[in-house]
Design a protein around this ligand. Sequence first.
Ligand code: 1HN
Length: 346
Amino acid sequence: MLELGRLDDLPQDYRDALSARNLVPLWPSLRAVLPPGVPTRQTRATHWAYSAIRPLLLQAGELTPIEKAERRVLVLANPGHGLENMKASPAIYLGMQLLLPGEWAPSHRHTPNAVRMVVEGEGAWTTVDGEKCPMSRGDLILTPTGLWHEHGHDGNDPVIWLDVLDLPLVYYMEASYHINGSRQTQLPGRGDRAYARGGVVPTPVFARSEKRYPMLRYPWLDARAALLSLAEDRPDLDCVQVSYVNPETGDDAENILGFYALMLRPGQTLPLPARSPATVFHQIEGGATVSVPDQRFELLGADICCVPGYTPITVRNTSATEPAFLFIADEAPLHKKLGVYEVRQP
Ligand code: 1HN
């Protein structure tokens, strides 16, 4: 292939004339923005041990009162993107949030979509669009774009959850902003019960709900039961996985990021093909390894890792006797909407 011209092939006075007019020659940068075959990725496969995050987050609870933080969060930043950019991947923000007994994180709404995956502690709740959603380990709570949300805590022990937002993308689009509100009035509903069973949906008279986000809380007990029942029903199935969806439409629960729960059977090794979106794994129960070319992460407890797009991944259950359960977030809905989604056959 013919080598393209470089910037320093051009006379300095010509380059100066271009710069002075806000012009740039494409050809010296063409291969960098459009590399052959595989994109350049800044995202590095990165592991965050919960045992390292937890004491530092509890220390933040002593150092910074909630009033001085609004949201007391340590961000899981991918070093490949520069820590200050607060990205796990091009479109995914991850943070671990601490709420102490009696604290309140005031109501606001914003353009980025968020979800919370509850990691530990009982007694906290998030009110979303007037519905007070209880928080227990493994529950997924949506706070989609534009909906009011606030967090409170009536229990006795610290509560910690993982925040997953599409903030990096929305910020990049220069569309990220928030509005503060006053304490929400509680409406009927707690986010999960109306749509508590798959396959049947509420139909008051003959009209179905037209809410864009009819279900706000996905209890872990239900997702876990769905996985166990799928595994039992389909012993032939390798990938025992469920997607968190909008129960009215079957679409992904949110617009930009996708959310899934995966069960690994005892002793199972599951190879996943390389796909264009970046992927995040969080261990809910049991232990697993996540392997990518040249790296392997051990996920214990509530550990988290992220993997760049276009990377083949192998996940393995480290127990020969117990199933392992993982929460997964990815950029697939975004890639599909943009028409750039790819699965590469090995
Ligand atoms: C946010 O609203 C929350 O509501 C947590 O708990 C983390 C990170 C960036 C922007 C907004 C929350 C956030 C956030």
